[in-house]
Design a protein around this ligand. Structure first.
Ligand SMILES: [Zn+2]
Length: 253
């Protein structure tokens, strides 16, 4: 994700009092007021701006001791970037009757079926959800998560077996900063949102994490193995993620 930062000299060593600072700043730019979330971080060594697509916000992060006016000045100096980035944040696409969502990359229409029994089922290019409307988002998400698990588990197992490794546990979570991860204990986690992505993207991400079972780094040997483990060429799914990854965050929120 694009971000920018600069290392400013710290002019005053005054720690802000907890609760005394706003969590939201407003930056005025070309007649517009731009909302910016303000956070202090003990790990930040400089002030920075980043787009948080998952939460549809721009975040200004400042070191603990930097005066807030200095941090605000940094945001003001980059108001043009903030305005442009806010415009590019993906729109929210909540789970409601009639909405369209991708299911493994194929567009599907959500159909609420209040009078039907059962829970969730797929027919042609539609996903039907029974029950009360207020339960629709949760039911659909649970179903989508289960569908992803159904596709993911055999894929992970087959690729892991081919490198003579075992995966102990596969966890699906709403991880918004990375699509997959592989722990040193042989546990893997993936974002449930990959159910929206085309199958070759899922295939690449599984190949990537399984390759980490052998190489805990991104060395040339790691990439060679990841490439071998992909069913098809590795570049198209990587390019897809780079160009479209953020759009996976817009559904069901
Ligand atoms: Zn990696």
């Amino acid at each position: 994700m694009p971000s920018m930062a600069f290392s400013g000299l710290v002019s005053r060593f005054v720690l802000p009092r907890a609760g005394s600072e706003p969590e939201q700043l407003t930056i005025v730019h070309a007649g517009d007021t731009l909302p910016v979330s303000f956070v202090r971080s003990p790990r930040a060594r400089r002030v920075s701006l980043r787009a948080d697509a998952a939460h549809r916000r721009i975040v200004l992060t400042a070191p603990m001791r930097m005066p807030i006016d200095k941090a605000r000045g940094f945001a003001e100096a980059h108001a043009g970037w903030i305005a442009a980035r806010l415009k590019r944040l993906p729109e929210r696409r909540p789970f409601v009757d009639g909405a369209e969502i991708p299911y493994f990359g194929q567009p599907h229409r959500i159909r609420h079926r209040p009078d039907s029994r059962g829970t969730v089922w797929r027919e042609a290019a539609e996903i039907h959800v029974a029950g009360h409307a207020e339960h629709l988002p949760r039911r659909l998400r649970d179903w989508l998560t289960a569908e992803l698990r159904r596709a993911l588990v055999p894929l992970v197992q087959a690729k892991a077996e081919s490198v003579d490794r075992r995966v102990r546990r596969i966890t699906l979570r709403d991880n918004r900063s990375r699509w997959g991860s592989c722990g040193p204990d042989g546990g893997m986690s993936f974002s449930w949102r990959l159910v929206f992505a085309p199958p070759e993207v899922l295939d690449y991400l599984v190949a990537h994490e399984v390759a980490h079972l052998v190489h805990l780094n991104h060395s040339p040997r790691f990439w060679a193995l990841a490439r071998d483990l992909c069913d098809g060429p590795m570049e198209p799914p990587r390019a897809w993620l780079k160009a479209n990854g953020e759009t996976l965050l817009q559904y069901g929120v």
